[in-house]
Design a protein around this ligand. Structure first.
Ligand SMILES: Cc1ncc(COP(=O)(O)O)c(C=O)c1O
Length: 386
C-alpha cells in the first residue's frame, strides 16, 4: 500500500474496490467534518444562509470542473436519485422505447423497468456482444436496438460489472441525428476520465463525486441541458416547487431544495477539486490507469483468460474486470476477503462472472501481487477457473 495521500481506508486489507465505494483522503474528510461542525453550531443560519451560499459556490465550482453552465447542474445524493428523477418525469406513452444496453448498473435497470412498466413503455437492453474489439462495433451493436418507437437512450460511460469505457460521445452524436434524448450514467467518470459536458452532447448526465473525486458519500450531481429542464419534476416536492421566493432558475429551485438535510458532502466538492489540482491528479490518474493495464496484461499472461476488450486506454480506465468461472460467486467473495484479506467485488453479467479490481493512489504493485497469489491458490483448489 502506498500512503502518500493518507486515504482513510483500512491499511490491513488489500483494498481493490474503490469503484464500488471510494474512500476519502484524510484532508478531505477533515474538511467535511469541519462543515458538519459548522452546521451543528449554528444550524439555522448555516442551513438557510451561509450553507446555501456555499452550496451555490460549490455548484459553480463543479460546473466549471465538468464544463457546463452553473444553473444546468444540481447536487443530488447519488446517481440513483438522479436517474429516478429523470425516469419518473420522462414523458413516455404506451409503446415508447428507451434504448439502453445489457451492460448497465442493476439498480438503474430496475429504475427504468419500474417507470417504463408504469407508463406502458419498454426499456430495451440491447446486447453489446463481448468481447469487443473496436468502438465502432459498440456503436453499431447499440443502434441495432433502435426502432421508430425509440424516444431516448440511456447508457453508462464506464460500465459497472464489466468496467468498460463506452464511446458515449459517438453514441450521443448519432442519437441526436435521430432526434433522441440522450441520458448518460457517468457514475464512475468524474475524477477518473476527463469530463467535458459541452463536448459530450448528453442532454442529461449524472456523475458521482463520492467515487473517483474522493468526496464523502452522498455527493453526486445531475446535469440537464437547459433545453430539457422544463419537463423534469423534483423527485421530492418541497419549498422550491412553486417557490414563494423564486430564484433566476426554476431547475435549481425545484431540485436543490429537498427539506432539511446535511449537505456538507456537497460543500466538500470545491475542496476535492483543489485537492486534485494541488496533487496533479491527472498525472496520478494516468499512472493508475497504466497500473490497471500493466496488471491486466500480467494477469492475462499468468492465467490466459480472454479479456472483454483490447487492453488499452480506449476501453480501460482505473478498473479492470477479469473474466472467471465459478460455481459460487458469493463464497468466492468471502474467501477473498476472509482468507486473503482482499476487498474486491465478484461482479456478474447474466451467467458470466468477473473479479473487478480498481486502482487508486493508495494501491501499489504489492496489492496486485497479493491478488495474483490468491488467484493462483483459488485456481489450484478449483474454486475458480479462467
Ligand atoms: C455504472 C454505475 N451507475 C450508477 C452507480 C451508482 O449507484 P448509486 O446511486 O447506488 O450510488 C454505480 C455504482 O457503483 C455504477 O457502477
Amino acid at each position: 500500500m502506498n500512503d502518500s495521500f493518507e486515504f482513510l481506508v483500512q491499511k490491513d486489507i488489500t483494498f481493490l474496490n474503490f469503484g464500488s465505494f471510494g474512500s476519502c483522503p484524510k484532508e478531505i474528510f477533515s474538511f467535511y467534518q469541519q462543515k458538519q461542525l459548522e452546521l451543528e453550531r449554528q444550524p439555522v443560519s448555516f442551513i438557510v444562509e451561509k450553507g446555501i451560499k456555499e452550496l451555490n459556490q460549490a455548484r459553480e465550482a463543479l460546473a466549471t470542473y465538468v464544463n457546463c453552465g452553473p444553473d444546468d447542474l444540481v447536487f443530488v445524493i447519488n446517481p440513483s436519485y438522479a436517474i429516478n428523477t429523470i425516469a419518473k418525469s420522462f414523458p413516455m406513452s404506451i409503446g415508447d422505447e428507451i434504448l439502453s444496453t445489457n451492460l448497465e448498473y442493476g439498480a438503474l435497470n430496475r429504475t427504468w423497468n419500474y417507470y417504463c412498466n408504469q407508463k406502458g413503455a419498454k426499456f430495451i437492453q440491447q446486447e453489446i456482444p463481448l468481447p469487443i474489439s473496436t468502438k465502432e462495433e459498440i456503436v453499431d451493436a447499440f443502434f441495432q436496438g433502435y426502432t421508430k418507437n425509440t424516444k431516448a437512450i440511456f447508457l453508462s460511460e464506464i460500465t459497472s460489472s464489466t468496467a468498460l469505457i463506452l464511446p458515449v460521445h459517438d453514441i450521443c452524436i448519432e442519437a441526436k441525428k435521430r432526434g433522441l434524448i440522450t441520458i448518460v450514467d457517468g457514475a464512475h467518470v468524474p475524477g477518473q476520465l476527463s469530463l467535458d459536458l459541452q463536448y459530450l452532447q448528453a442532454d442529461i448526465y449524472t456523475g458521482a463525486c463520492h467515487k473517483w473525486m474522493m468526496a464523502p458519500k452522498g455527493a453526486s450531481f445531475l446535469y440537464v441541458h437547459n433545453s430539457q429542464q422544463s419537463w423534469i419534476d423534483p423527485l421530492l416536492i418541497s419549498w422550491g416547487y412553486q417557490s414563494d421566493f423564486p430564484s433566476h432558475s426554476r431547475f435549481i429551485d425545484y431540485h436543490q431544495t429537498c427539506g432539511t438535510r446535511d449537505f456538507s458532502a456537497f460543500l466538500t466538492v470545491p475542496f476535492c477539486i483543489h485537492f486534485m489540482e494541488n496533487n496533479k491528479w491527472k498525472d496520478v490518474s494516468l499512472f493508475n490507469k497504466n497500473t490497471a493495464l500493466e496488471w491486466a496484461l500480467n494477469l492475462q499472461d499468468e492465467f490466459g483468460f480472454d479479456p472483454l476488450c483490447p487492453i488499452n486506454h480506449n476501453f480501460i480506465g482505473q478498473m479492470f474486470s477479469i473474466p472467471i468461472r465459478t460455481n459460487d460467486p458469493i463464497k468466492l467473495k468471502h474467501i477473498l476477503l476472509n482468507d486473503y484479506q482482499i476487498e474486491i467485488p465478484v461482479t456478474q453479467l447474466k451467467d458470466k462472472f468477473f473479479i473487478r479490481y480498481s486502482v487508486q493512489a493508495f494501491n501499489d504493485d504489492s496489492d496486485y501481487k497479493t491478488l495474483e497469489y490468491a488467484l493462483k491458490k483459488l485456481q489450484k483448489s478449483k474454486i475458480i477457473e479462467f
